[in-house]
Design a protein around this ligand. Structure first.
Ligand code: AMP
Ligand code: ZN
Length: 113
């Protein structure tokens, strides 16, 4: 399967890794939309949140623990930060491997565009 984030997870393509555990990787987005813009992925390929239930038990816990840990390490909690998963082309998903954007260190509006 030709999947960019699988290649990043397997280190076939370089990325700026921020944290890594057995089943999860957090790396810097190559085209940041905020002063802090990271992507958190399960290393195992699933297309989107619609398939997240196919991940082995515990992987989603590991993923959200990694997101919280990185938010803490980067001091995002005090001012607030945003976690987003675009699902489907209509919502702007461009890479079909489940990923959560972690955005911080700027002001965010609501509702999102
Ligand atoms: P989405 O559009 O929600 O599917 O998010 C995909 C994200 O992947 C975008 O924010 C891109 O900037 C980011 N991206 C694409 N290629 C790379 C790469 N090689 N390394 C890091 N981030 C990437
Ligand atoms: Zn993949």
């Amino acid at each position: 399967m030709d999947c960019l984030f699988c290649k990043i997870a397997h280190k076939d393509i370089d990325s700026s890794i921020v944290s890594e555990t057995e089943n999860v990787m957090v790396f810097k987005d190559i085209d940041p939309k905020a002063p802090v813009h990271l992507l958190a992925i399960p290393k195992q390929h699933v297309e989107s949140i619609m398939e997240a239930g196919k991940l082995p038990g515990g992987v989603l816990d590991e993923l959200f623990e990694a997101i919280a840990a990185v938010a803490k390490d980067m001091d995002l909690e005090r001012d607030g930060f945003r976690v987003v998963t675009n699902t489907g082309k209509g919502a702007g998903q461009s890479v079909d491997h489940l990923h959560f954007h972690i955005l911080g260190k700027r002001t965010f509006s609501w509702p999102p565009g």
